[in-house]
Design a protein around this ligand. Structure first.
Ligand code: G6P
Length: 614
């Protein structure tokens, strides 16, 4: 996830673009850059690190006057976050500059083709190949708009591209496929950006763009076509929030915004995982197939919310690969003298990639000769750097301290790892793996359907705002989700909350049930042994003792419905994948309850986003 801005108009483009990037910094902050058109040339500057680094560079070395510019704030996917990989990228002659959000899945083929023609690419990004292709079309006589259409037709993946041509000073051209882009309508000036926040200071009138569209802005005109050049209608809309809400994209909290971003994050986490022949491929898999075949035990370590993702990972890894899998809190793991050999695969799950407890755990594992794989959201962080292999979760920067989209994409990455191991070790056939990947690919839409129930969940939160305690029950993969639901409530609403394995209820916790106590029950899908029926019995038991039951179950689960005081419906999904949809109402619930209690949802008391001390 990255932030993109483009501007054409009478004002100094540098300021408009950099201010726009500042409002988009939530989308990425590992490097930033701009390109301005000035007297037939491109003036470009780009820097690793936060936008302030670029700001400083521009202050030390002010760019020329320009009325046309583009900018980018990056969250690295291809290549580490350094100056060279930062955007914009230029074509071979430096005439065209391009910024990009997303992943171009077939970039390796395009890059090889360009190199065979003598192009020298200086970065490790997928974007630079597109910049070279675009410029080649422009040099051959196409307008920038025509060139953009020709290039995007050749690209696979999800992308937003925004470009300028040094010899066409009053035009910015952008294209979009499955990645965000809006146009801003000014007076004698126009904008494009990943999100209206970038231009809200200048205009609240915007144009909604559809998928697979190319948009060209000049000072007085915005024109939209499809990738073949046919004109397309675009819907104008008025933005009904202002600058103060800009960084949060209109939401009251980053956390709520991040919850609602999850369908897109799941899609991004799945992007580019197939080779042309349909085999799974992972980001930085520096372990050989033989290394993975030799693995005789997997240990997954993490802290906090990420630990609950490891618990789900265990179910998937053991079921799909038949390799014994242990999960452990990273801070406990190291000090109990765990049995580690060269054939142990230690998987570290960490959104930030900097959690000290998790880092120490992998250092300990490496010292014993074990192999280490990281599941991480932060490109180039310490944990992935020190690991033998990495699966990046591609959720974009997570600002809310309580992890939501980070967790969701950790689940996706865990499933991908389990399937990859199954592929390499032959414990699942190719068609079985493709079928599960197909199920995963439906998840963005299914997570979206759960989000449509936000109003009902918010009403429930309002109803329970005065509750003294809330319990969460789940079985199988619903158990870690119950634990995560309880953790969210503790850390955000500062309420007593506990999660239990539903089967454990009768061994003690049922004593806590009293009249009116809210109990949130995650019901497994029907069809997996007697899981569903056993959960139903548990719900009946607590209801008989006065509990107020809030039941998350499959949408057409009429058997359980009579025992639900509140019913939250989940789309039909396989049991192992249910956490992806079941966690969403629990995130919304905690976010809303904390809001109603007047707490700072993004920065809960006593907590830090990344805990870099043991
Ligand atoms: C902190 C955060 C949690 C997070 C945990 C692990 O405690 O407050 O939200 O789950 O760290 O962080 P990591 O970056 O390793 O996933």
């Amino acid at each position: 996830m990255c932030g993109i801005v483009g501007y054409v108009g009478p004002r100094q483009a540098e300021r408009i673009v950099v201010d726009g990037l500042r409002r988009l910094e939530y989308r990425g902050y590992d490097s930033a850059g701009i390109a301005l058109v000035h007297e037939g040339t491109i003036a470009s500057d780009k820097r690793a690190g936060k936008l302030s680094n670029l700001d400083k560079a521009l202050a030390d070395n002010p760019p020329p006057e320009s009325s046309t510019g583009i900018g980018h704030t990056r969250w690295a996917t291809h290549g580490p976050p350094n100056d060279q990989n930062a955007h914009p990228h230029l074509g071979a002659e430096g005439r065209v500059a391009l910024v990009h959000n997303g992943i171009i899945e077939n970039f390796a083929v395009l890059r090889a083709e360009l190199e065979a023609e003598g192009h020298e690419l200086v970065s490790e990004t997928d974007t630079e190949a597109a910049a070279h292709l675009l410029e080649a079309e422009v040099v051959a006589g196409s307008t920038l708009t025509e060139a953009m259409r020709q290039v995007v037709r050749r690209l696979e993946g999800a992308f937003t591209l925004v470009a300028v041509d040094a010899q066409d000073p009053d035009r910015v051209v952008a294209a979009r496929r499955n990645s965000p882009l809006v146009a801003g309508i000014g007076d004698g000036e126009n904008f494009v950006a990943s999100d209206v926040a970038a231009f809200i200071e200048h205009t609240r009138e915007a144009l909604e763009l559809g998928q697979d569209q190319v948009v060209t802005i000049t000072r007085d005109d915005i024109s939209v076509t499809d990738f073949d050049g046919a004109e397309q209608p675009a819907t104008p809309f008025h933005v009904d929030w202002d600058l103060s809400a800009a960084e949060k994209g209109g939401y009251d909290w980053f956390m709520r915004k991040e919850i609602f971003e999850q369908p897109g994050c799941v899609a991004d986490a799945l992007l580019g995982r197939h080779s042309a022949r349909g085999r799974l491929q992972l980001d930085e898999m520096r372990l050989s197939d033989q290394d993975l075949r030799d693995v005789d035990k997997v240990i997954v370590v993490a802290c906090g919310t990420a630990f609950y993702a490891t618990m789900v990972a265990k179910y998937a890894i053991e079921h799909w690969t038949r390799i014994p899998c242990e999960v452990e809190l990273a801070h406990e793991f190291r000090y109990r003298d765990p049995i580690l050999t060269r054939d142990t695969l230690v998987v570290a799950v960490s959104q930030s990639g900097e959690t000290a407890d998790t880092l120490m755990a992998i250092r300990h594992a490496k010292a014993q000769g074990s192999k280490v794989l990281a599941i991480c959201n932060t490109n180039g962080a310490t944990i992935p750097r020190e690991s033998d292999a990495v699966i990046y979760t591609h959720a974009g920067p997570e600002i809310g301290v309580a992890s939501t989209k980070g967790f969701m994409t950790q689940l996706v990455a865990s499933y991908l790892l389990a399937l990859y191991l199954a592929q390499v070790r032959g414990t699942k056939f190719g068609d079985e793996i493709s079928q599960i990947v197909g199920e995963l690919e439906q998840m963005p839409q299914k997570v979206g359907r759960v989000l449509e129930q936000a109003d009902a969940v918010n009403a429930l939160a309002a109803d329970l705002a005065e509750a003294r305690s809330v319990l969460f029950l789940g079985r199988h993969t619903g158990f870690p989700i119950a634990l995560e639901g309880a953790l969210k409530l503790k850390e955000l609403a500062y309420m007593h909350a506990e999660g239990f394995a539903a089967g454990e209820l009768k061994h003690g916790p049922i004593a806590l049930i009293e009249d009116g106590l809210p109990v949130i029950c995650v019901v497994p899908p029907r069809g997996r042994d007697q899981l569903h029926d056993k959960m139903l019995s548990g719900i009946q038991e607590i209801r008989a003792r006065g509990a107020r039951t809030i039941v998350l179950a499959e949408e057409d689960d009429e058997v359980v419905r009579p025992y639900a005081d509140t019913f939250i419906s989940l789309p039909k999904v396989p049991t192992l994948l249910q956490p992806l949809v079941a966690v969403v109402p629990l995130q919304l619930f905690a976010c809303e309850l904390a809001t109603l209690k007047g707490h700072d949802v993004d920065q809960p008391r006593n907590l830090a986003k990344s805990v870099t001390v043991e």
